[in-house]
Every structure is written in C-alpha cells, then in structure tokens.
Design a protein around this ligand. Structure first.
Ligand code: AMP
Length: 188
C-alpha cells in the first residue's frame, strides 16, 4: 500500500520520508523536489515553475498533475510509493484519487502535526544550511504556511473523513517522531 505524508513546512516531513523509504522500501515522490528539478532545467516550463516556487505559490494544476501522473504510471505496480507534497488542494485531490483508482493503487496517509509558528522557526534555521531561496524569506515562508492551512488542510480533513489518516505529533525529536511513524505504518 502507498503512503501519503502530510505536514506543514518545517514539520520534518522530508527527513522522515527518507527514513521510512529506506526501512520500508518506498520510492519517494517529492512534489517540491520534482518541481525544483524542472525549475532548474532552464526550459520555458522551468521558468514558469520557478516563478511560482519563488513566490511561494502552488504551481498551476495541469503542470503538477502531469508530473505526478507520469511518476505514478512509470513505476511498476508492486513498487510502493511514498508521496510527499501531493495532493495540496482539493482539485489536486480529485485528480490524484482518480489516477490512483485508475491504476489500482491503494494508499493511506500520515499527518505530521506541528504548530505553524514552530515550522517558520525551523525553516528559517534550515535555510542557512540548505540555501533554498524560497526558504530564506519570511514573507514567502508565511505564504506557503497559509496555503497549507487554507488549501491542504481541507484535503487532509477529507481523507480523515474517509478513515485514511493517522496523526503523529511532529514536535518531538527526529527519533521519537520516527518511532511513532513506524508504528503507524506497521499498524495499518
Ligand atoms: P516544498 O518543497 O514541499 O516546500 O514545495 C516547494 C514549492 O514547490 C511550493 O511552495 C510550491 O511552489 C511547489 N509545489 C510543491 N508541491 C506542489 C503541489 N503539489 N502543487 C503545486 N505546487 C507545488
């Protein structure tokens, strides 16, 4: 079964995704990472994608859905996928659910809980280390946080209503969060 990992920026989602993938043999699809690769390509599409990322706004629907659809269909059915950063709004959820149903992939979700203010603090700290332009500017970070609260939270709520979501406290140490995540993955 595939896994969707949700969590506000700074929740430690990326770190935990890598640990889970290594132990449980998931292939990671990281929406932001895939889009950053396209942005770096210098193509016309890349320039469009870059402008949205730099602004802290969701890239247009057809672009991200094309990327995710390709990623899903190119993988063999028996390769489990860990989705990080998709779907991020209700429109994406609608199309994502349809693609997954069409190819016969089932999934559940984990929501890594963290207070937005703590997320902002953590990102401002990590920006110095990783050098991401969209992490260096507090206004852009706050815009990404609002997008999460306004657009992604309703997606999580909808999956919650379908009984697909396990919530994990993201405030603890990397090891403690991972232990809880592992339990959620193994118990499902
Ligand atoms: P992230 O690495 O998850 O923080 O994402 C970085 C940026 O990539 C976001 O601020 C958006 O501009 C873009 N992005 C990532 N995932 C999506 C998505 N599912 N839909 C649209 N844009 C996205």
């Amino acid at each position: 079964m595939d896994l969707l990992l949700f969590g506000i920026q700074g929740s430690g989602k990326g770190t935990q995704a890598k640990k889970l993938a290594a132990e449980f043999n998931y292939d990671i699809f990281e929406a932001g990472g895939e889009l950053r690769k396209i942005a770096a390509s210098g193509s016309e599409l890349g320039q469009t994608v870059k402008s949205y990322i730099d602004d802290g706004k969701l890239v247009p629907h057809p672009i991200i859905m094309q990327v995710v659809k390709e990623a899903i269909t190119k993988r063999p059915k028996d390769q489990k996928i860990l989705f990080d950063g998709i779907p991020r709004d209700e429109n994406q959820k609608k199309d994502f659910d349809a693609i997954m149903q069409e190819v016969g992939r089932d999934f559940r979700a984990i929501h890594l809980l963290l207070d937005p203010e703590e997320g902002v603090e953590r990102i401002l700290g990590r920006a110095k280390i990783e050098g991401r332009a969209d992490d260096a500017n507090e206004e852009i970070i706050r815009r990404r946080m609002s997008t999460f609260v306004e657009k992604t939270m309703p997606v999580i709520e909808a999956y919650k209503g379908q009984g697909k979501v396990v919530e994990v406290d993201g405030r603890k140490s990397v090891e403690a969060v991972y232990a809880a995540l592992k339990q959620a993955v193994e118990g499902a």
